[in-house]
Ligand binder design. Structure first.
Ligand SMILES: Nc1ncnc2c1ncn2[C@@H]1O[C@H](COP(=O)(O)OP(=O)(O)OP(=O)(O)O)[C@@H](O)[C@H]1O
Ligand SMILES: O=P(O)(O)OC[C@H]1O[C@](O)(CO)[C@@H](O)[C@@H]1O
Length: 805
């Protein structure tokens, strides 16, 4: 077999593997041939409409996955305007041109709102330019307007080609080569206003900007006992203020999809009065107003209107801040980098599968899966929302916006109206059941948000919330306290564990003493928030039921650890904050390496025995590789990476390298060992540095994702607990006794499951020795990390066997 054929075989093999790993396709399961016919195909990529953080990560993934498959990828600069104008706006992408952009906000290939493209003559010119370059595969990254334009362009394409031939603008022989246009869309917009995807690229970063602003304002607001009204972007969509409302504990939000019933001014004043009557004490009130907020009649609600109501009627001191384009600025968050990377890779795969008869698709996030959806349907649904909004059919708007909006609205309303249940106000009449919450394991951002969610639901439903301070040791030394709603203000954002935590498991403390402490404190249900130690403790307590009947109470584990190693959960609380911390550190280290010129950083990250943190932060930070325990490696593999780094620096002009290593990846091949090996073997090509990130990864404040995930998990775990207690007779004042193993469960964070999973079922899926789930979803992304890290000619290069001395 000649070299060419070998390469083709390898590409097709790798691509097939890659495709199987990445693909969860909603358009059907046919494993269509990936093939060599993709060699030399041309893909055009452009960004359009308002820029969004993460667009560059998508562009990078498209360029690199495209190149991996042997395609030529072209940047079409300045969005549709560049397509219409042609010339230098269309340029072939190189590996190096997509280096060092994964973190950068905005779009390095430029974006525009282009009036010309809305006219047929503009689209005719665009088609002529694409045909000139031989580009008949397009990936459009933009908002609903851009994708509407793309869909329209595709439908019109045959007639545009005919017109170009008729007018002699292209030669007839081009017809066969460019008879149809393949289009795949990626939704890049901070607004999250596109139907079909749970999140659009840029939303999470915008939430980071909003959160940073609210956190900053909070300190001055609290000092002066002032209220703040903030205007939040999103055009006609209220997703950003809704999500930020949960994560910033906002007193009120105004969003287009859910205007207050009746006179909003009166409703706002009533809400504030009711809160203070119920005993809620706050030094400040944050109110978020969507830029497109309206009342039920469709009249705009503006920040200054809200300020006036609060000043005049509630006699409050209130200031207004309009956040504006700050929200679209700054670096992309880790979530956006990962989302955009996975979406970009899937977009190229979707183009490979496209035929003249397959409908154009848009790449969407469905729960935790990247899926393809029918572009036209999604565009029509999105347009329908605008129509319904015009007709003021708000409930239908919420339904059509997608499950995320409906879920967040319900969580927000449960958090904003925490009025103590009458039972709690008239004690003595009926038994009040006590539910306790405890932190077990290492601290993780978002743990405190779980506690706040828990307190809110307990109080509204007539249950007594107890906190156990200082973990299991705190329980046996009576550090148990009843909580009120006022006790947990500002807990959503707070990092670490405000309760105090410890890595000792229940078994290590002693099941006997713990069970009698639970009985003594009259605890009817237990919520265990933490990492693998929390899971292990629940398992030990479940086993302990055989000897200690006091343990026959419902228990639920809420996975919260930066390691993401708890069985039964997709992404544990705290993990997103940690990946953001690592990305921030790596951005800084890469910049330093770039300045030094030709420098490689070896960065050690946490994760215990689990390689999730290393792999996800490796992808999100644009690293060259991530060494993890789950994929054993040898000195030869390190040598191979060293050789590849030398080649890459020499041939691709890349000036820095980044190697991530999980802290427990290998007991002998330590971070220091890798550093010393690279320092020696790579010394003629680059310098080497090392950094151990340590406890900084736990974070200072929770990321927006962890805040929301924490609140959500706290509310859902408490709802499950109350439901289970009621099934066990809590309504009738009975003593809670449950020996069913289905009452010791793990909260299914981000798995798409509605019900918690019994610990007894998860035990079989657990590697207790290594403290890991036996199957880990993120392993499928390892191939993608490899593809994005090395130019095609360096994929699978041989280790430099002789260079180690
Ligand atoms: N119906 C259409 N036909 C052709 N082109 C369109 C159409 N709608 C929008 N476009 C093109 O897409 C560009 C971007 O659209 P728009 O300004 O609506 O932003 P967007 O993609 O919705 O992004 P954002 O979410 O930031 O607003 C327009 O300037 C225009 O060039
Ligand atoms: O950047 P421009 O053109 O002022 O547009 C602002 C609009 O773009 C967005 O930032 C993204 O669509 C909206 O939230 C906002 O209404």
């Amino acid at each position: 077999m000649n070299e060419d054929a070998l390469i083709k075989r390898r590409v097709s093999f790798e691509a097939e593997k890659f495709k199987n790993f990445l693909r969860k396709d909603s358009l059907g399961d046919d494993e269509a041939n990936i093939s060599v016919h993709w060699q030399g195909q041309k893909i055009g990529v452009f960004t359009s409409g308002g820029d969004a953080q993460g667009m560059n990560a998508a562009v990078r993934a498209i360029v690199r996955v495209g190149m991996f498959l042997g395609c030529k990828v072209f940047y079409i600069k300045e969005g549709y305007q560049g397509m219409v104008d042609g010339g230098d706006n269309i340029q072939e992408a190189t590996w190096q041109s997509s280096s060092n952009i994964i973190n950068v906000g905005g779009t390095v290939i430029g974006s525009a709102r282009c009036m010309d493209f809305k006219e047929r003559w503009g689209r005719l010119k665009a088609a002529q330019n694409l045909i000139y370059w031989g580009i008949t595969n397009l990936i459009a990254i933009g908002g609903d307007g851009s994708l509407t334009g793309a869909n329209c362009f595709r439908l019109e394409w045959p007639s545009l080609v005919r017109e170009l031939v008729d007018k002699d603008m292209i030669s007839k022989d081009k017809i066969a080569q460019c008879s149809h246009l393949n289009i795949v869309g990626l939704v890049g917009s901070i607004d999250n206003d596109f139907c079909g995807t749970d999140m659009t690229i840029g939303v999470d970063s915008a939430l980071h900007r909003i959160q940073e602003a609210v956190d900053s304002i909070m300190t001055t607001a609290v000092s002066h006992k002032r209220g703040f009204v903030l205007e939040i972007m999103g055009r006609n969509c209220g997703y950003l203020p809704l999500a930020a409302g949960i994560s910033s504990e906002a007193t009120a939000i105004f969003i287009p999809e859910d205007p207050p019933v009746g006179d909003w001014r009166q409703a706002l004043c009533d809400q504030m009065t009711e809160k203070s009557k119920s005993g809620e004490v706050r030094r400040t009130h944050i109110i978020l107003v969507a830029e497109g907020a309206i009342d039920r009649e469709g009249n705009a609600i503006k920040c200054y209107d809200v300020q006036k109501v609060l000043t005049d009627q509630m006699k409050m001191d209130v200031r207004v801040t309009v956040l504006g384009h700050v929200q679209r600025g700054g670096n992309a968050s880790a979530f956006d980098r990962l989302l955009a990377t996975r979406m970009g890779a899937e977009a190229v795969l979707a183009l490979m599968d496209a035929t003249p008869t397959t409908p154009a698709c848009v790449i969407c996030l469905d729960g935790s899966d990247i899926v393809r959806r029918h572009l036209l349907n999604a565009v029509q649904k999105t347009k329908k929302v605008v129509e319904l909004m015009g007709e003021r059919r708000f409930e239908d708007v919420v339904q059509l916006r997608g499950r995320q909006t409906a879920k967040y609205l319900s969580i927000y309303s449960s958090m904003v109206k925490v009025i103590p249940h009458p039972l709690l106000l008239t004690p003595g009449k009926k038994k009040i059941y006590r539910i306790a919450l405890i932190h077990v394991g290492h601290p993780a951002c978002g743990m405190n948000a779980v506690a706040r969610g828990f307190v809110s639901i307990c109080i509204s439903r007539g249950y007594e919330p107890l906190f156990i301070y200082n973990s299991w040791e705190g329980l046996i030394t009576h550090q148990v306290k009843k909580m009120s709603w006022n006790d947990v203000h500002h807990w959503t954002s707070a990092g670490g564990s405000l309760l105090g935590t410890s890595t000792k498991t229940a078994g290590e403390i002693g099941i006997s003493i713990l069970s009698s402490s639970l009985r003594q404190k009259d605890i009817s249900g237990l919520i265990i928030v933490g990492g693998f130690e929390a899971f292990q403790s629940a398992f030990e307590l479940l086993k302990g039921r055989e000897n200690y009947p006091e343990l026959n109470i419902p228990m639920i584990v809420v996975p919260a650890t930066i390691s993401n190693n708890v069985p039964g959960c997709y992404m544990s609380i705290g993990c997103d904050t940690a990946i953001n911390q690592i990305c921030k550190a790596c951005d800084e280290l890469k910049q330093s390496a770039f300045s030094i010129q030709k420098c490689v950083f070896v960065v050690e990250v946490g994760g215990d025995n689990c390689g999730c943190l290393a792999t996800l932060s490796g992808i999100a930070s644009g690293s060259d590789c991530a060494f993890i325990k789950e994929e054993p490696f040898t000195v030869r593999d390190i040598q191979s990476i060293c050789k590849k780094l030398m080649d890459k620096q020499e041939h691709s002009g890349v000036r820095q390298g980044l190697i991530i290593r999980n802290e427990n990846a290998n007991p002998n091949l330590t971070t220091d060992f890798i550093y010393r090996l690279l320092s020696k073997e790579g010394k003629d090509s680059f310098q080497t540095r090392q950094a151990v990130l340590g406890h900084t990864q736990e974070g200072y404040k929770a990321s927006p994702y962890d805040r929301i995930a924490g609140i959500k998990a706290g509310c859902l775990a408490t709802e499950w607990m109350i439901h289970t207690l009621e099934m066990c007779g809590a309504k009738d004042g009975a003593q809670i006794v449950t020996d069913s193993s289905s009452t010791v469960v793990v909260s299914p964070i981000a798995t798409g499951l509605n019900e918690p999973v019994p610990v007894s079922e998860l035990v079989h899926q657990t590697d207790f020795e290594n403290r890991l789930p036996k199957v880990q979803w993120w392993m499928k992304l390892r191939t993608l990390l490899d593809i994005l890290s090395w130019p095609m000619e360096q994929q699978n290069s041989k280790p430099a066997i002789n260079s180690f001395k």
